[in-house]
Design a protein around this ligand. Structure first.
Ligand code: CU
Length: 232
């Protein structure tokens, strides 16, 4: 929690108008959905994906090719959280989170690359723009996703020299502490923290990404804190 707060405050220092948009991924009921699945975000805002249940991922596609990495169709590297199994984390009182910064106002399309979750509707959009193109709606994206034969996970290094994730040990407990925005945390307990970056050079849509873990109980406080700080 302290690490997360420290990172958040660092980000706040960098951009005072920045918002954090929390998106729940899955649920304890096995829901195959992102919630909310239609987000409006400004450039510089953060998306924080909170993995609530099951074993899901967040991957980036384009509109025309749902359930397929955007790097397979464009020069954009795209983001990929990797798979985030929640059960093991919950046993430690933690939930995995994955955060990315929005670096463009153009629509961003995301899907879960697990099994046929994408086909089942586990997709979302950031900055849907049906004013510019009425056919490119979230509803249309879901219809297109449903028709895809395959659900393809990105490779970690797809399309660029970065966009990689590294796993480092040492997290756990709900009283983790650490420093910096680089994703390094030192805590008591055991577990894992995944941190990564999406290349800003090759990804025009999303500049940075970092995954970390927050305590279940403290994350509620964080969400409340975010709401209190950003929604006034
Ligand atoms: Cu999923």
């Amino acid at each position: 929690m302290q690490f997360t707060t420290a990172a958040l405050l660092t980000l706040l220092g960098a951009a005072s108008a920045q918002k954090v948009h929390v998106v729940s991924v899955g649920s304890t009921n096995g829901t195959l959905a992102f919630s909310p699945d239609n987000v409006k975000a400004d450039v510089g805002d953060m998306l924080q994906f909170q993995f609530r249940g099951g074993n899901h991922s967040v991957a980036q596609s384009n509109f025309d090719n749902p359930c397929s990495p955007i790097a397979a169709h464009t020069n954009t590297t795209g983001i990929f959280s990797g798979y985030q199994p929640v059960a093991a984390s919950q046993a430690m009182g933690m939930i995995p989170t994955y955060s990315v910064m929005v670096s463009a106002k153009t629509p961003l399309w995301f899907y879960c690359s697990q099994a046929k979750h994408c086909q089942a509707g586990m997709v979302m959009v950031v900055n849907e723009n049906t004013t510019a193109n009425s056919s490119r709606s979230l509803t249309a994206f879901k219809t297109l996703a449903k028709a895809q034969a395959a659900n393809v996970a990105p490779t970690r290094a797809s399309g660029g020299t970065s966009g990689t994730n590294s796993t480092t040990g040492s997290t756990g407990g709900s009283t983790g502490s650490g420093s910096g925005s680089s994703g390094t945390g030192t805590t008591s307990g055991s577990g894992s923290t995944t941190s990564g970056t999406a290349s800003s050079a090759t990804s025009s849509a999303v500049a940075t990404g970092a995954a970390t873990m927050v305590g279940v109980s403290s994350s509620v406080g964080l969400v409340g804190l975010v709401a209190a700080m950003f929604m006034l």
